[in-house]
Design a protein around this ligand. Structure first.
Ligand code: HEM
Length: 143
């Protein structure tokens, strides 16, 4: 196994684990949204959130390693630009989620103002669209 194929394997395995963690977090969040759970478990949500940052860090380091040798091609590749756009959205959204986390672990969804409820729904929607977009774009890189 070459170093490149090892790094690509780490990149793909980390992406798959992150998707698994997102689905698990969304499953909990849906239960909270529908009132099946009064609040979200603080410890578990904290672990998932920190895990997301670590995972995204691994994606960026391994991605940059694979990007550098073919940067002249990738910088002008639309799929790569779209992938980076969705990655930017994921990073911004994770900062927002970090701020929202405390609310979801201490309040019921129905007790929140309409505005705060909308922010939660928008953040959840942005997360789903961005994960889907980054994975689809990654598979269209043409390398
Ligand atoms: C959340 C972040 C990311 C996700 C989910 C992701 C996902 C993926 C996936 C699933 C593949 C494999 C595609 C295939 O098998 O055809 C891939 C390949 C690739 N990714 Fe990422 N990626 C992310 C971040 C990055 C970043 C930040 C960079 C570089 C700056 C990058 C550069 C690359 C490159 C160059 C390849 C192609 C490698 C090859 O096939 O030889 N990725 N990515």
């Amino acid at each position: 196994m070459t170093l490149y194929s090892f790094i690509l394997t780490v990149h793909i395995v980390t992406a798959t684990s992150l998707i698994g963690a997102v689905l698990f977090a969304d499953h909990l969040a849906f239960a909270w949204l529908r009132g099946k759970r009064a609040t979200l478990p603080k410890k578990t949500m904290g672990y998932i959130h920190r895990g997301m940052y670590i995972g995204l860090g691994i994606m960026i380091v391994t991605g940059v390693y694979m990007f550098l040798p073919i940067r002249e091609y990738l910088l002008y590749e639309t799929a790569f630009q779209i992938k980076m756009g969705f990655l930017g959205a994921l990073l911004l959204n994770s900062v927002l989620i970090g701020k929202l986390l405390h609310i979801s672990t201490t309040h019921t969804f129905t007790s929140l103002s309409r505005k705060t409820q909308c922010i939660f729904l928008l953040s959840g929607g942005a997360s789903g669209v961005s994960w889907f977009g980054v994975i689809v774009a990654a598979n269209l890189l043409g390398v």
